[in-house]
Design a binder for this molecule. Sequence first.
Ligand code: SF4
Length: 292
Amino acid sequence: MAQPLDPATRDALVERVRFYRDLGLTEFYRRPVDAARLAEWAVAATLEANAQVEQAASQPDSQYAQINPEQVLPVSILEDTTIPPRKPIAAPPQISTAAQPADPAAALALIREEIGDCTRCGLHTGRNKLVFGDGSPTARLMFIGEGPGADEDAQGLPFVGKAGQLLNNMIAAMGLKREEVYIANVVKCRPPGNRTPEPEEANTCTPFLFKQIDAVRPQVLVALGATAATYLLGQRQPLAGLRGRVHAYRGMQLIVTYHPAFLLRDPRQKKEAWADLQIAMQELGLKAPGKG
Ligand code: SF4
């Protein structure tokens, strides 16, 4: 039986788990504990993340500088022996044969009507406002995030908190206005404590997201973070392996980048996110403002 964690180690662990999650490494707190697989996984996951952690920790002012991976990682896994088996990710519709509807705004309104005062998954119990989506129904560019946070839950709009301000800046840097793009999330109700949506919650909600995508039919989709990438692509993969390229996605182009909330925690990754957005701009034939 593992010893209880002291508060400082627990805080470091929580931050580390969040950091790994943003990198797309979710295995270690979702898989049931099995000593042999655990040891195997811990080595692989540590190797995979270490390059990024070391880079962050080399900065004297880094929030990760004080974290010792060998100290916190194995303890975190051994401590919780009650984690249920993880549920599978539902495969997205493979090929969309739907042409863009004649009236995308009306199509979106119908989808919103279909969702109604939704109680299809457990997330409805904690929500104040359902966050459907926001932006132009005829957008050429669509951003997909993970789920509403506290500000979004209060206002009923996606990306209106600090992460939303950063997303607005990213959109402006692309030479676009927020009203020109469409923004939605994997789940439409706020997960408690901003946790990652469980597969059964996301699998229940994403059919509506796919319908929204088919209504808007953007040329380019940008998945913000590992959760959006996972449910759009229908498979779990580390974010690092998905970034920096164009994925063919149901007749559209999909680009994967960091979630703005992660960029707020580690601003040095902004240049990487900007490189991803430049790929999207290239696909859309956009030039950054001020560039001829
Ligand atoms: Fe319904 Fe989606 Fe909200 Fe779950 S998250 S209650 S499926 S709208």
